[in-house]
Design a protein around this ligand. Structure first.
Ligand SMILES: [Zn+2]
Length: 325
């Protein structure tokens, strides 16, 4: 599910699209020729002019331009007549033309050896789709993260308000996204449900995808149930396992750590993935959790929590549930 797979999938789609457009044009041409005998005769005449052009080229250079020019004039006249026949019969003039979505590249995805913007756009969209975040990426952005929804009265025992604290977190997340590259620090977002962790995570994910990085988003309960299933799949299966995908994604996002029933599988999987990504592969990870540190330690053990504290930048989300207020 890496970058290469994404661009291969998009290339294949462009190829299919071109072939489908050509098939459709051919089908429509046969349909027209069957329905309109005058058009069929005219098309035969057009085919002859193509042969004539070739013959004209073989007759030597002298008078070549003139000979070819005359044939081209006839071709033009035939095309105009063809459009008339179609119009009279109630068809659009381009009814059996090969229809392309992009005029710039003719759906090849490339113009003068450079990737066409239409293909670039489709690769980004494919990245959104495969990331697992889907529609969230459109809805949850930095520009619609509303700080005014956090209270501006001081937090218990502090001079800071929830809004002050969240303003800092918001800015840090935005900076992280702007500078994102493979050596970006891993982040641990801690805080109760409804404080905007998923919102800021989606916004960060989108920046990474827009920069061309391969992002994988998984909620921990979903990830674990997939990992459980895969334990029973026979060995040697071609399919990439969820664990491989988690290890290889350029940015991995694990949402809702702690929402799953605690188990040894959960602890050991999370430890393996977090540890290998950080120390062997040097790849960034974002983890979101509703649990506080003490709770995390009770659930996953000291090994996991000390790994998280050592390798992740911790962000404490504060305030009261925004969905209720
Ligand atoms: Zn194009």
């Amino acid at each position: 599910m890496g970058k290469r797979e994404i661009s291969e999938a998009v290339s294949a789609r462009f190829e299919e699209r071109r072939q489908a457009a050509e098939m459709q044009a051919m089908r429509r041409k046969s349909e027209l020729q069957a329905a309109l005998p005058a058009l069929a005769a005219l098309d035969r005449e057009r085919a002859e002019t193509a042969t004539e052009l070739m013959n004209a080229a073989f007759q030597g250079r002298e008078g070549l331009e003139k000979r070819m020019g005359a044939i081209r004039e006839r071709q033009k006249a035939l095309l105009a007549k063809r459009a008339q026949i179609l119009e009279k019969a109630g068809y659009p003039a381009d009814y059996d033309a090969v229809k392309r979505r992009c005029d710039k590249c003719g759906d090849t995805g490339f113009v003068d050896g450079k990737m066409c913007p239409c293909m670039k756009r489709e690769i980004v969209m494919e990245g959104y789709r495969r990331s697992g975040l889907g529609k969230l990426l459109e809805r949850q952005r930095f520009d619609n993260f509303d700080l005014s929804r956090y209270s501006d009265s001081p937090l218990p025992g502090k001079s800071l308000s929830a809004r002050d604290a969240m303003k800092t977190i918001y800015r840090d997340c935005m900076k992280w996204a702007q500078r994102f590259s493979l050596d970006a620090p891993s982040l641990l977002l801690i805080g109760n449900t409804g404080l905007g962790k998923t919102h800021l995570t989606s916004a960060m994910a989108k920046s990474a995808i827009d920069k061309g990085f391969d992002v994988l988003y998984l909620s921990v309960p979903t990830m674990l149930s997939r990992a459980e299933k895969e334990r029973f799949i026979r060995e040697g299966s071609e399919e990439e396992t969820i664990v491989q995908q988690m290890l290889e994604a350029e940015l991995l996002i694990l949402d809702d750590l702690g929402a799953e029933p605690s188990s040894t599988l959960a602890s050991s999987l999370i430890y393996t993935v977090v540890n290998e990504r950080a120390t062997v592969r040097n790849l960034p990870t974002i983890i979101n959790t509703n649990l506080d540190m003490a709770h995390l330690e009770r659930t996953y053990g000291a090994a996991v929590t000390s790994r998280l504290l050592g390798l992740f930048k911790v962000m404490h989300f504060v305030g009261s549930d925004l969905r209720i207020n």
